[in-house]
Ligand binder design. Structure first.
Ligand code: DGL
Length: 278
């Protein structure tokens, strides 16, 4: 990447609010960047879309977002596809269509296999990510010595959205979704759970209440933050007085839900909302 003369501008993209769990990690590592968080709420959720539909959708939305951001705010320096469902399918395609470096989020199978003492690990993702050949290849390559219990749930994605809108989440629903991690053969040995959907770290507290305390959770957020910092050659060349920018949330559809998310967005320093209808 060429040296960046302005405050680095990072676009973090997901189908919904899940990517905020990744952006939080990047913000901690790189507080002096400008963050543009985009939710493709018009096409949410991604986990139930066909492969062809999702490839076309991500391509279309990213083009629309980049055009909007570049016209209104300036060039985007790096794109983070903070969605396992999209990354495990669309990365080769979008990398060939955009000039910015693109960082994808894929299931943290490799670190989980390394950390697990019992070599029995859980994979919690969307149904699409669980079924992806990309995910099966990761398991074959990095967790060949492990048994993997996989659970795919779209309902959990909706529950994370509801939580960020300030709604009360019924723990029984989460308990029912993760029940296979307690009832599968040898389940008592499970010591590591991969949260392979970016929505799920947002439900970390609720998941903890529904699973044995001995299980450690692993997600890809911190690794993504390290990768972004490496690509940007941090620290960025800015002075404090140069930080007049504001962070921005973008949605592909104006809805009542967007308004209900304002408080949660503000916790991530996203005070302004733009709608990029597409
Ligand atoms: N947050 C997304 C992921 O990491 C997907 C949620 C969805 O739209 O199904 O997979």
């Amino acid at each position: 990447m060429n040296t960046i003369q302005h405050t680095p501008r990072i676009l973090v993209f997901d189908s919904g609010v899940g990517g905020l769990s990744v952006m939080r990690e990047i913000q901690q590592r790189l507080p002096d960047c400008q963050y543009l968080y985009a939710s493709d709420n018009a096409a949410f959720p991604y986990g139930t879309k066909s492969e062809d539909e999702l490839i076309a959708r991500v391509d279309k939305v990213l083009h629309a977002l980049l055009q909007h951001i570049e016209q209104g705010y300036g060039p985007v320096d790096i794109i983070v596809v903070a969605c396992n469902t999209a990354s495990t399918l669309t990365l080769p395609h979008i990398r060939s269509h955009f000039t910015q470096p693109i960082v994808g989020v894929v299931p943290a199978i490799k670190p989980a296999a390394i950390h697990s003492a019992t070599k029995l690990i859980g994979l919690l993702a969307t149904p699409a990510t669980v079924a992806r050949p990309y995910t099966h290849d990761l398991i074959r390559e990095y967790a060949g010595n492990c048994t993997v219990i996989s659970v795919g749930s779209s309902e959990l994605v909706h529950l994370a959205e509801q939580k960020l809108r300030g709604e009360t989440i019924a723990l029984e629903k989460i308990a029912a979704i993760v029940a296979p991690f307690a009832t599968a053969p040898r389940a008592a040995e499970l010591d590591t759970l991969v949260l392979a959907c970016t929505h799920f770290p947002l439900l970390q507290d609720e998941l903890r209440q529904c699973l044995p305390g001995t299980i450690q959770f692993i997600d890809s957020g911190e690794a993504i933050a390290r990768r972004v910092a490496f690509l940007l050659h941090q620290p960025p060349p800015v002075s404090r007085t140069d930080l007049r920018h504001c962070h921005l949330a973008l949605f592909t559809k104006a809805t009542r839900e967007v308004e209900l998310l304002r408080a949660a967005l503000s916790n991530f320093s996203l005070e302004k909302v733009d709608i990029v209808a597409c």
